[in-house]
Write a protein that binds this ligand. Structure first.
Ligand SMILES: [Zn+2]
Length: 252
């Protein structure tokens, strides 16, 4: 039975990855999320169903549009692969426990944000609100006694990040943190609780730093899209929560 669910979540993840990657493109470009149906972003021709099969179509078409032969962004292929891998990984690690739902909501948020933040430096409020609703519903179903506490932690983390931004702006005399990143940390607080959110932020900073070193030549504006790294940090905390929890426990 496990193998059936794992394959099912890989397929569902690929489909969701394709959809969410598309949302990451549509939302910042102010294109409706429901209409028109999938189209090529360069020649605008609408795609037939068989040009739209997650992962497979990209490989078969050699990463190019069938009509105009223009390259399809590799980032959309990554979204589909990431969806397939992470949905099934979430199931393998957590089965149908509460962590599965938290990790899968964060995975969905990550996939939209990878496209919108890397390509357009934009984190969608709508996506964050949907994540918050999903997380609150998850807590209400699995662990309703903690839901108020989790919301309070989310609000506190938002406040802490806002304070860091204000100080950062004064010290560096420039925009230090994006508003999207601050709101996103509120979502992470809701998902992980207080201490683990700071662990996630620390991991995000390390990955972000490594990324900025690697891409330093390409990134002339000096802006690093931090949102995806925050969510990746949060997912790493969820995946390694046993190790991290015992580390924090020993620390205090
Ligand atoms: Zn085209």
């Amino acid at each position: 039975m496990d193998i059936i669910f794992t394959v099912w979540f890989a397929v569902l993840g690929a489909i969701m990855g394709s959809f969410l990657g598309c949302m990451g493109y549509r939302i910042p470009n102010k294109i409706k999320t429901t209409y028109p149906s999938s189209f090529c972003s360069s020649c605008k021709k609408s795609l037939k169903w068989y040009m739209n099969i997650p992962i497979i179509s990209y490989i078969v078409q050699g990463g190019r549009c069938v009509y105009c032969k223009e390259k399809i962004g590799f980032i959309y292929f990554i979204c589909e692969v990431l969806g397939a891998l992470m949905f099934s990984l979430n199931y393998i690690l957590f089965k149908f426990n509460i962590e599965f739902f938290i990790a899968t909501i964060l995975t969905c948020t990550l996939i939209v944000t990878i496209v919108s933040d890397f390509e357009y430096y934009y984190i969608s409020d709508r996506v964050l609100v949907l994540s918050v609703i999903g997380l609150i519903l998850t807590y209400l179903i699995f662990d309703s006694s903690t839901v108020i506490m989790k919301i309070v932690i989310g609000v506190i983390l938002f406040g802490v990040m806002f304070a860091i931004k204000v100080f950062g702006n004064i010290i560096f005399k420039r925009e230090s943190l994006g508003d999207g990143d601050i709101k996103l940390m509120g979502v992470i607080g809701l998902a992980l609780g207080f201490l683990n959110s700071f662990v996630a932020l620390f991991i995000a900073s390390v990955i972000g730093l490594i990324f900025s070193f690697i891409t330093i030549k390409r990134n002339k504006e000096g802006i690093i899209p931090f949102g995806p790294f925050i969510i990746i940090g949060a997912l790493i905390v969820l995946y390694f929560s046993n190790i991290i929890d015992s580390f924090i426990f020993n620390l205090f």
